[in-house]
Structure formats: C-alpha cells, structure tokens
Design a protein. Sequence first.
Length: 378
Amino acid sequence: MQTARIAIVGAGLSGLYAACLLEQQSLHDYVLLEARDGLGGRIACAPASGQPATGAEKLDRVDLGPTWFWPGYQHQLARLVDDLGLTSFAQHETGDTVVERSPHEQPVRVRGYANSPPSMRLTGGMAALTDALHRRLDARRIHTGQTVRRLRCMPQHVELDSENAHGEVTTWRAEHVLLALPPRLVEHSIEFEPALPPALAGQWRATATWMAPHAKYIAVYDTPFWREQGLSGEARSARGPLGEVHDASMQGGSAALFGFFGVPADVRQSVSESELKAHCRTQFTRLFGSQAATPKAEFIKDWAFDPYTATAADLQSTGQHAQAPATTAPSGPWSGRLTGIASEWSPQFPGYVAGAIEAAGLGVKALHLLAQTSPCGK
C-alpha cells in the first residue's frame, strides 16, 4: 500500500497548481493521481502542424480546450502567469465579423467589436501554463494512467483504489483528499464507502461541467488570409455546423480559425469525424472564401465524449457556468477528509481557467483547518 499525507485526484490545472502550492509550503508528502496518460485535463493543445512537436515547435500549438483568460479582473491567474515567466497576447479582433442570420440567408459582414478588457491568450497555447507548473513538481509524486475508482473512509485515513489500463488496482492511503475533478464526474465515477451525504452528492451531481457538452473544430493555414480581407476571423452562424468562430492564430506561429459546434452532442455522434470536418470546411469557405477550403491541418475535439470530462448528464447540458457547490461534507464520516478544488468549485470564476487557480488555492489554504477536524468515523 502506498502512503502520502495528501492525495490529489486529477492532474489538470487545479491539481497541478495545488501540488505546486504544497511544494511551496515544503509539504512534499503528497501523491498526484491522473487517469489520463498525460497531464492538463481540460487544458489541451495540439501541434499546429498535426505532427508531434518538441522544443521550440511546442510554441506553435492550437487550443483544443480553453483559450482565453482576462488578467484585467482575474488577478490571481495573472500573477501566476507572470510568476511562471509566460508571455501573453491579445486575441485578434480587428476587422469585420461575418454573420449567417438564418440557414437560408447568405453571410453578411457587420462591424466587429473588441472586448474590454481584452481576451488574452498564452504563447504556446493554454497548455504552456500546465507545462510550466509540471516542471516545478517532483515527477516521482505524479502517477498517470491511474483512474481512482473508490474512496474508503477509515478511522484515521482515507484509502483510494486506483486502476490502470490493465485493470490492476493500487491502494493509496492519505490523511486528506483533494478532488481536482469536476463535481459531477466525481459523484458519477467514484464509489464512496460510506456513501456521501445525499444532499452533497445531489449538489455535485447537479453541477454542470464546463466544456463537457462542447466540441471545437480548428483549421490551420499558411497565412491569416481573412485579415487581408478586413475580417477579424470572428463569425456567428444560425446555419452551422459551427455557431461561433474566432481567429486562433498563434503569435509568431501558424494562422488558424476555430469554431464551437452549434449542434447537439448526439447529432455530432451520429456523423463521422471526416464528415464533420467536411461540413466545417464548407462553412469556413462560405464565411471567409475559397482559401478556407484547404487547411494544412485540422482538428476536432469533442469533450462530450471524453470519459474523463463528461457524463451522460452533461450531454443534455446547456453549457452554462454553474454556481459553485459545497466543497466538502459539513458533517458525518467524510467531514474534514475531502475538499473539492476543480474549477467548478470556484466562488468567483466557476468553470474558468482562473477558477481552477482560485479553487485550488482555497483548498490548499484550508488544509490546516481540515487537519483539525474529527477523524473518519467520529
């Protein structure tokens, strides 16, 4: 049996940041368990070339998950970006927007507008943030390919059973567990012994997971030709299949456009990926001209069918940011043993990148209080 004072379940942004905070406090007795083979969770990037990239090529990536942050009011995240030495740039918004007002009307150009404060992006994609945090951690504390299946509350500790791809189970023992997974996914995929309080389980189950019902299409080009036409790369469409489109070009890297699918997950599932890409290329051609028909690389990431992000309940979600639920059990056997630290538990920014930072910071800050609560079973 493996032992650690703190077990962190999930190595997305909140889990990685929590581990970094523990390291800063000289608390090195933790374990970070991640079900995927890689780190980052919902923060995911792909090389713009479509081929594996290393070194400087990693700066030329497209975001498959979250893309923007707003340092103008997300101050904690902004400080972290600065502390990690990352560079940012403003989302390109100069030029007209293209609009398809109905399925039967031709696209029209309308005057574009710039967000204030501006939406910012990271050089190298949002994964530059999780990559930088990872570099600050002790690799021996991180275990990928370990899906946590159950938690047992014992008199003086919590036992966690994780399973690898071969079905082999490892048991870990910890004093406290930081849950860096979306609340709904925790309630759906982890068995608790004894069961969570019904009210708490209900709250977590009812909390929509940000990104879970969404899918993105990204097309990479040699040049941002739409800018030469006086277009910003932004579009809105009532025809689809993409409902909202933005310029995804990387500063100093490849030109790209990306769009959020506007069709439901069950419809997307009924169509092959190659057919979906063909529909997206057709739409981009309508919106931006013939040059859009031949991207040099293209990607689809459908988060609704990512088992480490979405549940069946998320497929019917509207995709709105949910109100943060309770982070822990107020009483009973699990009181003082669990703390939710994923983005959905953020009071100010639930679901956002900044929310993962806030929730993880609050969870680690509360650890000394958790240590003073009653042990399991009392």
